[in-house]
Design a protein around this ligand. Structure first.
Ligand code: ADP
Ligand code: MG
Length: 352
């Protein structure tokens, strides 16, 4: 009831918008299901709303609005700040769903990672204390560790709410200049798991570069789905049985891998890695044994980074990127991993 009353009161005081309120700015993205633009408000120039982001989406927009509303109430800091969503009826173009967020910033993790400066281009924004370490493995490890902590924190928020994202990738992680943290965006593929569907009818929505090997996120023995409004109550028992959140963990593991290994940051590098890993039966240790002996210095750097501090990074990575979903760690468990143990890191820097 508290939640209900709160949601109701919030609904009354929240601003509502219509199509004519927005002036289109720069296009930020265009997928198969919608266009994303930076927008400003026409009526109240200079109002406190500031810059906004508008996504105009097809029929899938309905679920994306629903997901964003839920995130707003349950784990607001995990995702970009959602402002409002509505159905825009149009006889010409067909109905469109309009979704509005606050503009969080210009840079996604993908943009940061494609720069030669990575991870140093992120450092000043997320690590408050001046880094007195010299440039090198330990300092890079510490930046990557902070990014991973923020990512897993956001993911844990989503998963604790019962939402599986299914499209976790650097392009869907935005740096919020306001909160100086990375936030998750694009809940457009987070649909069917919430409804407990036992297969993925919109499988083409998934990005093969970051997808876990399992085709069926929920086991095929799962009873068939309730309809969308009932989805909020996706059975915790089903969740425990199928661990659908581990799909996102695999994708997050691949991002960790890309951050550690510079050659894997490009599309072609990642695609090649995926092929190699598949050939190794999705066994990261086998992959390592295979490539390490003839690794380029750039690739070797990744192993060195993950091996530093007693190999905790490598240990965490291998607990995320595993063939079997149930053998993967959860976001919450990962956050408690010794890799994130600051004490240990500081001790190490004193020792050296
Ligand atoms: P899609 O991938 O379906 O086109 P996204 O929701 O991922 O749609 O948005 C596309 C791009 O727009 C993102 O990669 C990001 O660059 C930008 N973007 C989306 N939401 C925001 C936001 N709240 N603040 C700033 N930029 C955003
Ligand atoms: Mg996207």
């Amino acid at each position: 009831w508290d939640m209900f009353v709160l949601a109701f009161v919030e609904r009354i005081f929240r601003p509502t918008f219509r199509k004519d309120d927005f002036q289109l700015g720069k296009k930020l993205g265009e997928g198969a299901f919608g266009v994303v633009n930076k927008v400003s408000l026409t009526k109240k120039p200079g109002s406190k709303e500031g810059d906004l982001v508008l996504k105009r989406a097809s029929e899938y927009g309905a679920v994306e609005i629903w997901m964003n509303e839920r995130v707003r109430r349950a784990c607001a800091n995990s995702c970009a700040d959602f402002v409002y969503g509505f159905l825009e009826k149009s006889s010409k173009k067909g109905d469109e769903y309009w979704l509005i967020w606050r503009f969080e910033g210009d840079t996604t993790l993908a943009d940061f990672m494609l720069s030669k400066e990575f991870p140093y281009n992120v450092e000043a924004m997320i690590l408050k204390e001046a880094q007195d370490l010299p440039k090198g493995l330990e300092r890079e490890n510490r930046i990557i560790q902070t990014i991973m902590r923020q990512l897993l924190f956001a993911l844990d928020g989503l998963h604790s709410t019962g939402i599986v994202h299914r499209d976790i990738k650097p392009q869907n992680i935005i740096f919020s200049e306001g909160s100086r943290t990375f936030k998750i965006i694009d809940l457009g593929a987070a649909t069917d798991l919430r409804v407990g569907i036992n297969y993925i009818p919109k499988e083409f929505l998934l990005d093969p570069r970051y997808s876990a090997p399992e085709q069926y996120i929920m086991s095929t023995q799962t009873p068939s789905a309730p309809s969308v409004p009932v989805a909020a109550a996706l059975s915790p028992v089903l969740w425990q049985m199928n661990l659908p959140d581990r799909f996102d963990i695999y994708s997050t593991g691949l991002i960790f891998l890309q951050m550690a290994f510079p050659p894997l940051r490009t599309d072609s590098g990642l695609i090649q890695f995926n092929r190699q890993l598949k050939r190794c039966g999705y066994d990261l240790v086998a992959w390592r044994n295979n490539v390490e002996p003839r690794a380029s210095p750039d690739l070797r750097k990744g192993f060195e980074l993950l091996d530093s501090d007693g190999g905790k990074g490598w240990e965490l990575l291998t607990s995320m990127v595993r063939y079997k979903a149930r053998q993967r760690t959860s976001a919450k468990q990962a956050l408690a991993h010794p890799y994130f143990d600051r004490e240990g890191l500081l001790a190490l820097s004193v020792m050296q």
